[in-house]
Design a protein around this ligand. Structure first.
Ligand code: HEM
Length: 293
């Protein structure tokens, strides 16, 4: 289906040529769903007596999840060589920013828009100041996420600016850990996925992503996730570090984040192995020969 190209690129579900893209449509609907769910919870009165506090937490969780997902696009594209994935990268990055702005709006509503208190909290409470720094970075990336800015800055400077997304990710995760009161499961899981995605990028610089290198990376990242979680709990509670690590082998309550990180890493490793088998990447010599032919 082809739409008018002069207006079509403005729709979130059309590609650059103005054609409707099922991938973009599904991604767009999936990204709107959590906001629609929050609106429904609000409308139906399903939230606690402090609805804005609940909404601050829910929107914060989604902001981090979508941010981590946006960082997964490039590694997944390398592994699967499904280049159309790039179509949803900008949408995911902007959605992470929108959920962050929603999160801040709910927080301001929770404080009944008492601007002096809001301003004071932004600078006096460390975890809020860290969140603010992450938000400012994400906003700078969001306003330059367009073709005009790429042309204006040039590809090299634009890429250097957008590499700050990793710093925004780190600050967001730090903000998450700093406000936890009891349960660090989600924060440890998101941190584990972040570490996994960063590690895949490092691995790709040295080796062709294959089953062995990626599966090895998944194991290292899963162990790192367990260690991060262990350090967090042993510092914030009086539980011994070794007992927190042992909890990873108790499946009667929940499956700890390290296992989810391992599972995600192994799925990506298997995808890479399958892709290399179905369509091996052209070797450098073959690619050069093909070019000179
Ligand atoms: C000016 C910027 C920000 C402010 C004022 C802010 C404010 C807050 C507050 C007050 C909480 C505690 C909610 C509670 O437990 O009662 C919170 C939690 C949280 N924030 Fe932020 N935040 C900001 C930026 C961010 C950013 C950039 C992200 C991520 C992209 C983020 C993600 C989260 C997450 C994941 C939580 C924990 C939610 C949970 O407990 O499940 N925040 N934030």
């Amino acid at each position: 289906m082809t739409l008018r190209t002069d207006i079509a690129p403005w729709f979130p579900w059309t590609d650059r040529a103005g054609r409707a893209s099922a991938l973009k449509l599904v991604c767009c609907l999936a990204l709107v769903a959590p906001a629609a769910w929050m609106a429904l919870e609000w409308r139906m009165g399903w939230l606690s007596p402090k609805p804005f506090t609940d909404l601050v937490r829910e929107s914060g969780d989604w902001a981090v999840r979508v941010l981590v997902l946006s960082l997964a696009v490039t590694p997944l594209r390398w592994v699967t060589r499904w280049n159309r994935l790039v179509l949803v990268r900008r949408m995911l990055g902007l959605a992470a920013l929108y959920y962050t702005l929603l999160h801040i709006a709910f927080w301001c509503a929770d404080l009944r828009f008492a601007w002096l208190q809001i301003l004071w909290e932004m600078f006096a409470r460390l975890f809020i100041a860290v969140g603010l720094a992450a938000t400012l970075l994400m906003a700078a990336l969001g306003v330059t996420s367009n073709d005009f800015s790429i042309r204006r800055l040039g590809a090299v400077r634009w890429n250097a600016l957008h590499a700050w997304v990793y710093v925004a990710g780190l600050l967001s995760l730090a903000h998450f850990f700093m406000e936890i009161r009891l349960d660090a499961t989600e924060a440890a899981m998101m941190t584990g996925f972040f570490v996994l995605l960063m590690a895949f990028r490092l691995v790709r610089k040295k080796w062709t992503p294959g089953l062995v290198s990626l599966a090895g990376t998944a194991v290292v990242c899963a162990v790192s996730t367990a260690l991060i979680e262990g350090v967090y709990y042993s510092l914030s509670t009086r539980v011994a570090f070794s007992r927190v690590l042992e909890a990873n082998f108790d499946f009667s309550w929940t499956i700890r984040p390290a296992w989810w990180v391992l599972a995600a890493g192994l799925v990506i490793a298997l995808l890479a192995a399958w892709r290399n088998r179905v369509a091996p990447a052209p070797s450098v010599t073959r690619a050069l020969a093909a070019r000179s032919a």
